[in-house]
Ligand binder design. Sequence first.
Ligand code: SAH
Ligand code: SF4
Ligand code: F3S
Length: 446
Amino acid sequence: MTKKVLIKTYGCQMNVYDSSRMRDVLAPLGYDETTSVDEADFVILNTCHIREKAADKVYSELGKLRDMKEARATDGREMLIAVAGCVGQAEGGEIIKRNKGVDLVFGPQTYHRLPELMKQRAEQGRAVVETEFQVERKFEGLASAPQAIGSVASFLTIQEGCDKFCTFCVVPYTRGAEFSRPVAQILEEARKLAAKGVREVTLLGQNVNAYRGEGGNGPESLAGLVTRLSQISGIERIRYVTSHPRDMSDDLIAAHASNEKLMPYLHLPIQSGNDRVLKAMNRGHSVSHYMNIIDRIRKARPDIALSGDFIVGFPGETEEEFDDTLKVVADVGYASAYSFKYSPRPGTPAAEKTNQVPEKAKNERLARLQSLILQQTATFNASCVGKTFPVLLEKPGRQQDQLIGRSPYLQSVHLPSDGLKIGDIAPISIKAVGPNSLSGQYSPIT
Ligand code: SAH
Ligand code: SF4
Ligand code: F3S
């Protein structure tokens, strides 16, 4: 009899990738995926610890799940509950102390051992916590399994972990030290994806451009890996995320000029536009270093769309220092960007600071920054109207004979199907800008 698993994913793309690999691991045990909690025999929360709100969500969700589990027990039906991901890694045994309904806790580096952990849970009759770091073995354990995907665009994790220790960030503690998968393993996975109809891969890593995977003749850079991936037939588009300014090497910038398959889009977080704040954040780069990269990448690929991340209200940030962040945004002109209020995270150096910025100031700064970013996104989207660019068609739209695709600049594009099908990369001329997407029309080159 098949059983059902519900995997709820929070946080970054890496968690999305991990959730899809958990599905692969569970399929041989007879688990099918469901999106309904009522149907689920097994619920996995794949969690995020990056900000307080993200972690809090997990505990409120677990409260509801425990109630459901207890209600079911009265009819003799079982429900297994697991906490995976970064909250699992950071809080470990604390989770089962706070919520007695939880059966399994494991981190991002141990989910390949899920069958074994489930067996252990059944045999010992009490909750199992497993938070060891074993990245290498995880990928070896997963390498043979192709992802269960039904999409033409897919994530592919190539690098994990972080050695940079920005003073605000939990990632080095939840994902562990930097690790790069060997080139051969990545190429094998990409070939399998291509054979399943994938046309676009997004290479993932917390510091994806710090990639230094074993390439056969010593370590390979991200630019080298991209070159090798672009030789796989079927793979037409390559993206990578998230990059760190310190690792934005010359060969990677040059690849944007020479490699047609590398999409003209770069997510390059600066976090703050003020050098004193950047230093206190331990970012290891200055504003001028960042602006220099932006200049060089625009020279290499003039149409590149830029994106970034910003934190407002880092401990000690003054109004003037925040204004420097607005100035950077104004100077760069982003196609899109993410901005967050600083959230103190247990165990990180910045959380210990006594000069925390009051909530009211953080709210005001966030509102000002977000309104500027929104304006820039609107300007960028408007500049696309009248242009024609290749769109990868990813899924059916809500309306009849409508398709939804992705532009090279990562915008969602809606269009009438006009005989096109999912997986096609077709020239689409952009007609209008909607609230969250563009709309266009097939415009064959004659
Ligand atoms: N490795 C990436 C970012 C990973 S975390 C990089 O170095 O750029 C994603 C984003 O969450 C960060 O870029 C940062 O903007 C935000 N973030 C991380 N820790 C945070 C915190 N304590 N409070 C608010 N935002 C945070
Ligand atoms: Fe976090 Fe900094 Fe590492 Fe990015 S580089 S994951 S922000 S510690
Ligand atoms: Fe969150 Fe972990 Fe990703 S903390 S952002 S899920 S690496």
